[in-house]
Design a protein around this ligand. Structure first.
Ligand SMILES: [Zn+2]
Length: 326
């Protein structure tokens, strides 16, 4: 049954091409069939989640936080990618002076046409949504909240470097200080993305659009459409969700609203005026996963197949953008 569907799709493509037989130039469908996509390794991505957790909670102003940032830089450099370590200080809602580091890795920095992919890497210092109030001041591993998105980006970077991309620039931004916020205080979240949006790593930085990943490692995800993404970047949402459907991921990418989430993409849209969408797990279309900001957000919740689905989707997006077939 599966094979039948694939063959049928190919027949339709061939039939469509046949209609345009006087046109000697390649059709879009031809070009699509010829793209070789580098492979995204789910086990490698899973290891990148594990390695972040092994540093301990990446809470700002702690040695684990510093060591993990150094490791990101090393990792990108090992793939042969240039890195900018954007250090900054900012005051948190509680008056604490936080030492932040946004890590920016650039592929083809000289190309004007760019896409940007982002995730936050810091760990929230408190498990303040834990069902047991006694845990509210405790730290937690935070595997899905931060590391999953970063892991997908690292594996994406590795994969892209195995098959050079010529017509497109790609930036990866690991935002710091996303998760040090206070409920009902919007501006207290996303401190790293707010800083970067006001002080981009390249003055006058522009990108065609951006994709933020947050909590992209849980089993049976519900990547519902996030409201701010729709408000600021409707056409990017449509492109990515349509691509997901055409790749067979429609069940995990419902085309209905999962509500609005105050996340780094909000500030990139609002301050830097760069269109950025958020791929974020809202399993029931309304709420975060059950383990969000609790002691249960640890390696056990990470499903390598979810990391792979998101990674493959982005690889297809990137290479089809480069080929001009999306
Ligand atoms: Zn969080």
């Amino acid at each position: 049954m599966k094979n039948f569907k694939v063959k049928l799709a190919l027949i339709i493509l061939v039939a469509l091409n046949g209609c345009k037989s006087d046109n000697k130039s390649k059709t879009v469908a031809d070009a699509q069939l010829e793209i070789n996509f580098p492979s995204f390794n789910k086990d490698s991505a899973f290891q990148y989640v594990r390695q972040q957790i092994m540093f301990g909670p990446r809470i700002p102003n702690t040695p684990a936080h510093q060591k993990c940032a150094d490791w990101f830089i090393e990792k990108f450099k090992s793939f042969g990618i240039e890195v900018i370590d954007q250090k900054f200080q900012v005051k948190a809602f509680d008056g604490t002076l936080l030492n932040g580091r946004n890590i920016i890795a650039q592929i083809n920095p000289d190309i004007k046409r760019r896409l940007v992919f982002a995730a936050h890497w810091d760990t929230r210092p408190w498990a303040d949504s834990d069902p047991d109030p006694a845990n509210h001041k405790k730290s937690f591993d935070s595997a899905d909240d931060g590391p999953s998105g970063v892991a997908v980006l690292l594996e994406l970077a590795r994969a892209i470097k195995t098959q050079s991309i010529k017509g497109l620039g790609i930036d990866f931004i690991l935002f710091d200080l996303e998760d040090y916020g206070q409920e009902s205080n919007n501006e207290s979240w996303g401190l790293g993305s707010q800083y970067w949006s006001r002080n981009p790593h390249v003055s006058g930085y522009r990108a065609q659009y951006g994709v933020l990943l947050d909590m992209v490692g849980g089993a049976n995800p519900g990547f519902y459409v996030e409201d701010y993404s729709m408000y600021f970047a409707k056409e990017v949402v449509e492109k990515v969700w349509n691509l997901a459907a055409s790749e067979g991921y429609g069940g995990s990418f419902p085309k209905t609203s999962g509500g609005g989430v105050m996340d780094d993409h909000y500030f990139v849209n609002e301050i830097a005026k760069i269109k950025m969408i958020d791929i974020i797990n809202r399993p029931d279309g309304k709420r975060f996963p059950y383990y969000h900001h609790t002691l249960k957000d640890n390696l056990n919740v990470i499903d390598p197949y979810t990391l792979q689905m998101v990674g493959k989707l982005l690889i297809h997006l990137i290479y089809r953008e480069e080929a001009g077939t999306i």
